[in-house]
Write a protein that binds this ligand. Structure first.
Ligand code: XLS
Ligand code: NI
Ligand code: NI
Length: 438
């Protein structure tokens, strides 16, 4: 194990709930089995390169605060390659099996596309070596189509066709590098694909172009033999006033409308769900119902702030809800729990990065164990099943099977009269039941 950049930090071990060691897991025990699979396999944790290794702690009111002794602050290739070693030492010590990146997180943008591509290849070489050394894998890659000023009007949805062309070129390369690194998937988050005002916007044309770029990406994926799924990551606003991929339902409609559904799953992010006015569990259920629950960006927002604060998840209630929905949907296949989360500006030391991830991993380990206990107990499932039992036979079954017309329904009610008495929804009882396990 490499021990150059975090010399004071040992490999993080599972010490159990009684431990008082802030650099140990209290609940995440990678090899412990839950419902027949290890926690490592169930949770598939990933570290996000952009926050953890590129985050500076800057905000609109102040410059970065983060102390990162290994980073010379330059945009040089050497600095980027060194950072890749830092990242892998961090992930190795943490015991995270996966990571995720944008092309421009890992390698600096050059003066031309050709130079940027060369930089990316040079860093990808180090990433590949480090993957082989540690066994850590790429959960997904993506292209950063929102930082550079050329993307001020969006990328695929830009009014400027030249910018669309640039975005396409960038996606091509990011896809190829993801494929080269054995990435399990590839993400499209909307970046600046949206609008600030409709006064200057041809919405129909922009959304058509977004679909066009995704179709081109599907075509290229086939060409290079990349078999991992594509994910769309819904978000309703920020940076634009209205993002086209606003929530899971909007994404599903878009994918269906443009014939893309078979090629895509969704990457659901907690804080994006809340910005959309939904709960995370709602978004997961919408995705799961359509069979496209692919991956999760695990973070959380702040109850009092209306933007994407990208905080590390610590609420056991939240992680329990997420795990209940995820396990009901059969768990992850290619996806995982990516901590799209950053330490607070006031938490500027390297060790804070460890505390943040350890806390998030422990919170999800508890959520997993609690959800498994609720499932084993069976009362919650049985209640829901019972609640819909009128659909299992008689008129309910006839409707579900498409065997009843409105005339049949009329005849049924004329014969049988008022529906049988409704039974209570028992919300409070069920809330108490969940708390029994937390
Ligand atoms: C921004 C998004 C972004 C994606 C990757 O809000 O969460 O970080 O996950 O492009
Ligand atoms: Ni995200
Ligand atoms: Ni986000």
């Amino acid at each position: 194990m490499s021990n150059t950049y975090f010399p004071d930090i040992p490999k993080i071990q599972y010490e159990g709930p009684q431990s008082k060691n802030s650099l140990a897991f209290k609940h995440y025990n990678p090899d412990e089995k839950v419902e027949g699979r290890t926690m490592k396999e169930q949770l598939r944790f990933a570290v996000s390169y952009w926050h953890t290794f590129r985050g500076t702690g800057s905000d609109p009111f102040g410059v970065g605060t983060a102390i990162r002794p290994w980073d010379d602050g330059s945009a040089s290739l050497a600095n980027a390659q060194k950072r890749a070693h830092v990242a892998f030492e961090f992930m190795e010590k943490l015991g995270a099996p996966f990571y995720c990146f944008h092309d421009r997180d890992v390698a600096p943008e050059g003066a031309t596309l050709a130079e940027s591509n060369q930089n990316l290849d040079a860093v990808a070489k180090v990433l590949k070596e480090e993957q082989e050394r540690t066994g850590i894998r790429l959960l997904w890659g993506t292209a950063c189509l929102f930082v550079h000023p050329r993307y001020c009007h969006g990328a695929a949805t830009s009014c400027n066709a030249e910018v669309f062309a640039y975005a396409g070129a960038q996606v091509k390369k990011a896809l190829e590098v993801t494929h080269h690194l054995g990435g399990a998937g590839y993400v499209f988050w909307g970046g600046r694909e949206g609008y600030s005002t409709l006064l200057n916007t041809n919405m129909k044309r922009e959304v058509d172009h977004l679909a066009k770029l995704l179709h081109l990406a599907v075509e290229h994926k086939k060409k290079i033999g990349f078999t991992g799924p594509f994910y769309i990551e819904p978000k309703p606003k920020e940076p634009t006033r209205h993002q086209y991929d606003s929530d899971a339902a909007a994404c599903l409609n878009f994918l269906r409308e443009y014939g893309l559904l078979e090629h895509f799953k969704l990457n659901i992010e907690t804080n994006h769900a809340t910005l959309a006015g939904h709960t995370m569990q709602h978004e997961l259920e919408v995705a799961a119902a359509a069979g496209v629950l692919g991956s999760i960006d695990a973070n959380t927002g702040d109850e009092l702030l209306g933007w994407d604060t990208d905080q590390f998840p610590t609420s056991i209630y939240l992680t329990t809800q997420i795990m209940l929905s995820l396990m009901k949907a059969g768990g992850f296949t290619t996806g995982g729990l990516n901590f799209d989360a950053k330490v607070r500006r006031e938490s500027f030391e390297p060790v804070d990065l460890f505390h943040a991830h350890i806390g998030g991993m422990d919170a999800f380990a508890r959520g997993l164990k609690i959800a498994a206990a609720i499932r084993a107990d069976g009362r919650l499932d049985r209640f829901v099943q019972e609640r819909y039992s009128s659909w299992d036979h008689g008129i309910g079954a006839q409707v579900e099977q498409g065997k009843a017309s409105l005339t049949d329904l009329e005849a049924y009610i004329l014969k049988n009269g008022e529906p049988k008495t409704n039974s209570s929804g028992r919300q409070e009882m069920l809330e108490n039941l969940i708390n029994e396990f937390i």
